[in-house]
Design a protein around this ligand. Structure first.
Ligand SMILES: [Zn+2]
Length: 247
């Protein structure tokens, strides 16, 4: 029997397991099915019902657990084709992530999420602007995501560029949006881009300032004050692979 056939015949079992696991309400619900050797384990795309019963805190905990799986080298064995099939007719992501374009900081991988689990808006330096806000408003108000996670990262080139006053085409304007974080970072040692500690401190401040920008959205602010969504910051550490959540 072809592996894909086995997966399709295992579908009813998978749904049962997901329903059982739904009570745990974690992002990246794992279906574990013993098919031959070794057993196949994979995360499944969320159904609307499963996503809707999750609280923002449970979703954040799921993201934290996903990162632990990643940085301890025990990620789910994602069956992307199964996730693709489960989500093709509709998506019910539980979170929207705003993260940097850095190739070393792919949020879905470092948080061990699969297809259909999280929106991800990526832009250099994880800054906000009107178009980013529009994307996040869509994700939460129209598509039902309950967590907005801003994820900065260590050794961010955009932050270094802002510190160095780099000028390059349209990048110049983007870096201007990071510069307020430089001034607002309290740091008494060398405030230069070659100082990793300073760069990472500015990146953390930049995440906090981005959170403030997001809360200027009437839609996101209202959803947050009603307790329907949570907006949270984090920093991904390129060395070690850990994501530190701000709260
Ligand atoms: Zn970056």
């Amino acid at each position: 029997m072809m592996q894909t056939d086995m997966l399709q015949s295992a579908e009813p079992v998978r749904r049962t397991l997901i329903k059982r696991a739904a009570g745990l309400s974690v992002l990246g619900i794992a279906g574990v099915i013993g098919i031959g050797t070794p057993s196949l384990s994979y995360a499944a795309a969320l159904s609307k019902e499963e996503r809707d019963k999750m609280t923002p805190d449970q979703i954040i905990e799921g993201l934290k657990q996903g990162n632990i799986r990643f940085h301890t080298g025990k990620p789910h064995r994602h069956d992307y084709l199964a996730q693709k099939r489960a989500s093709a007719a509709g998506q019910y992501p539980s979170a929207v992530i705003l993260s940097c374009i850095d190739s070393r900081a792919p949020a879905e991988i470092v948080l061990d999420t699969g297809i259909g689990e999280a929106f991800n808006s990526r832009i250099a330096g994880n800054i906000s602007n009107a178009d980013i806000l529009g994307s996040l408003e869509f994700a939460c108000a129209a598509a039902g995501a309950k967590v907005v996670l801003v994820m900065g990262h260590t050794a961010c080139g955009a932050v270094k560029g802002a510190i160095d006053n780099v000028e390059l085409g349209n990048l110049t304007g983007l870096l201007e949006k990071i510069k307020p974080a430089i001034d607002k970072t309290e740091y008494t040692k060398e405030r230069v881009s070659s100082n990793d500690e300073f760069v990472d401190a500015v990146a953390a401040t930049n995440v906090k300032l981005t959170l403030e920008e997001l809360r200027k959205s009437d839609i996101l602010h209202k959803l947050e004050s009603e307790g329907k969504i949570k907006i949270i910051g984090s920093m991904y550490h390129l060395v070690g692979g850990k994501v530190d959540f701000f709260s």
